[in-house]
Design a protein around this ligand. Structure first.
Ligand code: ATP
Ligand code: MG
Length: 423
């Protein structure tokens, strides 16, 4: 017997019963991004390894542990993208998209990280990301947060997601804090776990992120970045809070919120839920004013966020908000015998052309009519048409169990009247 082949660990199929909820979520994303005037950008899935090494930073978990890298046949070092911000920034520079203008962009697509797969943590997952370029103020940070909130509101999850914000200041402000932080953690080195010891010299800020319960007390006493940031960063942060207050968006300031990537500066934020265990962060984002300089001589401020679609869907499912979202056909045409199949095709096409909004399915299985009916009922079809061998046509509306018999030429008029009534 041949061994069966299964998908790669942490890489999943999205099956037909799951796609309606994906389509719904994607339509909400399109609607909200459109209402904010953001343009979609479609970015490649493979990028040069150097892009992420430079932009995300070699000391980050993503670059040091999680990337899928390979060498192609011409010897180029290539990476399956682990995130979208770096690609988006590359594209903006490569195509000179900010010449005398600003950009508001969004994208959606698969990202790849070699992590330990678990609920809400995959090796191939999907991000919806938004990036803006050329705007340095806290107002655009607030706009981004409002946009994420609007998405959560339309989806109905907004009461189960909490916003945390922080400011990381500028790179030079972080440098002073970093020295103090290393000094503090060295004094408490006996309390640091192995992971934190590894981070001590290359990414001490990330120790603040540790979830290890034994370290919490000590971390809470560590020097706070907010005490080191300068006047300009502080006023940016205060203004952001003012704007969020004006927009009626609740938030908590979390001085330990640092985010996992090197490129952030000033504003950082996360939307967190208490419904998904340790995979609690549904959306992460912030400002990355220094990122563009890593690629070009230009200075160009940027700010954005990314939502993990699978996590957001898990939350939607956990809250039961996916009930009733399916891809039920409006009409299923069943055939008493295979002799009716050709007629089914004709009638189906006729309906599709005259009533193009309807979803019309034909049952060409040649199964017994009872079996066809029970299948149509299972799919929640609004109307079941039966083509009988005696040339009559049965119309059956399962919702109120009404049925009638008509001749073929009356099908369209009857169903359009009926479906209008149903609305
Ligand atoms: P985490 O702390 O959970 O590892 P992260 O800080 O690495 O998240 P980001 O790089 O900020 O995540 O990515 C933005 C969002 O993408 C996350 O908030 C999360 O919703 C989602 N995400 C990140 N990694 C994964 C993954 N491996 N599987 C599924 N979703 C993910
Ligand atoms: Mg991560």
């Amino acid at each position: 017997m041949k061994n069966s082949i299964q998908s790669i660990r942490g890489v999943t199929d999205i099956l037909p019963e799951q796609t309606p909820i994906w389509l719904w979520l994607e339509s909400v994303i399109k609607q909200v991004t459109h209402s904010y005037g953001y343009q979609q950008i479609r970015l490649p899935i493979i990028e040069p390894l150097a892009l992420f090494e430079r932009a995300v930073g070699e000391s980050t978990d993503i670059v040091s542990k999680e990337m899928y890298n390979f060498v192609d046949k011409s010897g180029e070092h290539i990476t399956l993208r682990p995130e979208g911000t770096s690609s988006c920034a590359r594209a903006v520079i490569e195509h000179n998209m900010c010449y005398n203008t600003t950009q508001r962009l969004w994208y959606q697509g698969p990202m790849f990280r070699y992590e330990r797969p678990q609920k809400g943590r995959l090796r191939q997952f999907t991000q919806f990301g938004v990036e803006t370029f050329g705007m340095a103020g806290p107002d655009i940070d607030a706009e981004l947060i409002c946009m994420a909130y609007d998405i959560f509101k339309v989806l109905g999850v907004h009461q189960h997601i909490y916003l945390e914000i922080n400011s990381l200041g500028t790179a030079s402000e972080r440098q002073t804090h970093r020295q103090q932080l290393i000094h503090y953690f060295k004094q408490h080195a006996n309390q640091l776990d192995q992971d934190s010891l590894n981070r001590l010299n290359n990414n001490p800020l990330r120790i603040l992120d540790s979830k290890n319960p034994a370290m919490q007390e000590m971390i809470n006493q560590a020097p706070k970045l907010i005490d080191f940031i300068g006047e300009e960063s502080l006023s940016h942060f205060n203004k952001l809070q003012y704007l969020l207050d004006q927009a009626d968006i609740n938030y908590t300031i979390n001085p330990r919120l640092v985010r996992g990537l090197d490129y952030y500066s000033k504003t950082v934020f996360e939307w967190i839920t208490d419904k998904l265990g340790s995979q609690a962060t549904v959306c992460g984002g912030g400002r990355y004013d220094g990122l563009i300089e890593l690629f070009s001589k230009k200075e160009l401020p940027g700010s954005g966020f990314a939502i993990g679609i699978e996590r957001l869907l898990l939350l939607i499912e956990t809250l039961g908000l996916d009930d009733g979202i399916n891809n039920a056909p409006d009409i299923t045409i069943t055939c008493e015998s295979p002799q009716q199949n050709a007629k089914a095709l004709l009638i189906a096409n006729n309906i599709r052309h005259q009533l193009p909004k309807l979803q019309v399915l034909t049952d060409l299985s040649n199964n017994k009519i009872k079996r066809q009916h029970s299948r149509a009922l299972k799919t929640d079809s609004k109307l079941i048409i039966t083509l009988n061998d005696n040339d009559s046509v049965g119309l059956w509306y399962p919702k109120n169990n009404e049925s009638l018999t008509v001749t073929s030429d009356l099908i369209i008029i009857t169903i359009s009247e009926y479906l209008n009534l149903l609305k």
